[in-house]
Design a protein around this ligand. Structure first.
Ligand SMILES: NC(=O)c1ccc[n+]([C@@H]2O[C@H](COP(=O)([O-])OP(=O)(O)OC[C@H]3O[C@@H](n4cnc5c(N)ncnc54)[C@H](OP(=O)(O)O)[C@@H]3O)[C@@H](O)[C@H]2O)c1
Length: 491
């Protein structure tokens, strides 16, 4: 490590963050600015047509959030001048070479000044078009690496990946890289360039047939699932993130590179405020549906471990890893940032605490009455899911007909709508099924070593905490996370 103080390390450093308006990026930027106001510059690369649009995004989607209230208080009247001096928005797009940075002066400044790059830009949609996901999560990561190679004094590139690049692998998942072309099902022949060609050929074929945008979109989504499944991954998000890792690993040369793989990221544990979150993320879609009384049953293994990690811990882990690997041109290091080994929690416990929370703090119906929640019926297999539906709707139906009835009850839509929603529901069930019956836990030996060596060397681990053992999940859900979801997402 360059210095034993992370606060010192950040002093006078220039940090580029891609996906600058994203959930983790803004928590990262806030933490850097608050913990080291003498940072040289935080560059936030975000998609925008021009500087004006980028500045608007900075004000509305980043600084305007409650997340920045603590920093605003700390800086008082100097907040605006502090931000002008320390934060620069960079209109860009990582799917293109040089991240499509058009402002040549700004590009030169980045190439000469940047010390740390954190690649957070991604498309996290499980049901995305193949062309969109591949160009961003795979080739986008490569464009960031190519840019990093051109930076004169780059100390480290942190590629934020996901623990779920391991797909449905059961048991202890190690912090190891995937070799180029390695598939999860052992099928030989995975080739990123051929996947790209497949997409281009398909698009050309569709265009020559005069296919509509809707048809093109659906075909690209179907191709995404087909190719991900073909190589053993459950969805296009984790598949293309895994391909991104492979590409970076192959092309890294002597760039100090870290893959940080968080698990399921939840609201902030402590800083800058406990419970800050935005958007309805994975696990919260269930909690929100439940709180609103729209989750009569739950399909999944109640004993499955749900690997959660609060967002502020992920951000702290990124910062500690950045310092630990600054100028480390040797091997690539991978960090699983999660809780399933050190402090596991299962669906059952989460359900219980969610029940207690919404029992005590009910959502309110449109007519002003409280939503009464009860324990949901847990269905441990697809077969029991179907049986439950047929019993509930007293129908001796099978497959699509059952789902149709269910949709009729829940959505009360038109026939056309029903069919569309039915297809959507079945697609979602198929995409999320692997996570509902998940049997993997994420080894965090490297991350634990990082925690220990940082502590031993005097890194401010109280300030840059990322130990999941310190989280009492029941207390966190009851008093931090669920109130945060209600306050910041359901408001
Ligand atoms: N949140 C989690 O639970 C979780 C768990 C594990 C790993 N991760 C990883 O952590 C990273 C950040 O996740 P997050 O939850 O913060 O995601 P997020 O909120 O969806 O942010 C991703 C950002 O990427 C930006 N982006 C999309 N396409 C882009 C492009 N072509 N060029 C530049 N930027 C682009 C998006 O910009 P727009 O605002 O313009 O759409 C968005 O702001 C991702 O790499 C994800 O894989 C997240």
């Amino acid at each position: 490590m360059e210095s034993s103080s992370l606060v010192k390390f950040l002093e006078n450093k220039a940090i580029l963050v891609t996906g600058g308006a994203g959930f983790l990026a803004k928590i990262f930027a806030e933490k850097v600015l608050r913990s080291q106001p003498k940072v040289k510059k935080v560059y936030l690369l975000l998609r925008a047509d021009d500087d004006k649009a980028a500045s608007l995004r900075l004000q509305n989607e980043i600084l305007g959030k409650d997340l920045f209230k603590v920093l605003k208080q700390k800086m008082g009247a100097n907040f605006n001048s502090f931000i002008s001096e320390k934060v620069t928005v960079v209109p860009g797009d990582i799917t293109l070479e040089d991240m499509a940075i058009k402002d040549l002066k700004l590009k030169e400044e980045l190439l000469s000044d940047i010390d740390v790059i954190v690649n957070l830009a991604a498309n996290t949609n499980f049901d995305e078009r193949y062309d969109v996901s591949l160009s961003l999560n795979t080739f986008g990561a490569k464009h960031v690496l190519d840019f990093a190679k051109k930076c004169n004094k780059l100390k480290v590139l942190i590629q934020v990946s996901t623990a779920y690049v391991s797909g449905e692998t059961a048991g202890l998942v190690k912090e190891v890289p995937y070799d180029m072309g390695e598939s999860l099902n052992g099928r030989p022949g995975l080739d990123i360039q051929l996947e790209d060609k497949l997409i281009k050929d398909k698009l050309e074929e569709l265009h020559s047939e005069g296919a509509s945008q809707d048809v093109i979109k659906l075909t690209m989504k179907d191709l995404a699932i087909e190719r991900a499944n073909h190589w053993g991954w459950p969805n296009v998000y984790v598949f293309t993130k895994a391909l991104g890792e492979m590409l970076l690993m192959q092309e890294k040369e002597d760039i100090p590179l870290v893959f940080l793989r968080p698990t399921i990221v939840t609201s902030t544990f402590k800083e800058p405020v406990p419970g800050w979150v935005e958007g309805i993320r994975t696990i919260d879609s269930l909690a929100v549906a439940y709180g609103k009384g729209r989750l009569p049953c739950f399909l999944g293994d109640p004993n499955s471990v749900v690997d959660l990690i609060p967002a502020d811990m992920v951000v702290n882990a990124i910062l500690v890893a950045a310092m630990a690997h600054a100028n480390d041109k040797g091997n690539l290091t991978i960090y699983h940032v999660g809780s399933s080994v050190k402090n596991p929690v299962n669906f059952n416990s989460l359900h219980e605490v969610t029940y207690q929370y919404f029992k005590n703090h009910p959502c309110i119906n449109k007519d002003g009455t409280p939503v009464i929640v009860g324990h949901v019926k847990v269905l441990g297999s697809m077969a029991s899911f179907k049986t439950y539906l047929s019993l509930h709707y007293l129908l001796p139906l099978k497959g699509l007909e059952i789902a149709n009835m269910m949709l009729f009850q829940y959505f009360k839509g038109t026939c056309m709508d029903m069919r569309r929603k039915l297809n959507h529901l079945m697609r979602l069930i198929e995409i999320y099924r692997p996570y509902l019956f998940y049997k993997g836990i994420y080894d965090d030996t490297n991350t634990e070593k990082l925690r220990m060596t940082s502590r031993e060397r005097g890194v401010e681990t109280d300030m840059f905490y990322f130990d999941p053992k310190t989280v009492d999940w029941k207390d966190y859900f009851m008093n931090t996370h669920l109130p945060g979801v209600v306050k910041y997402v359901l408001k």
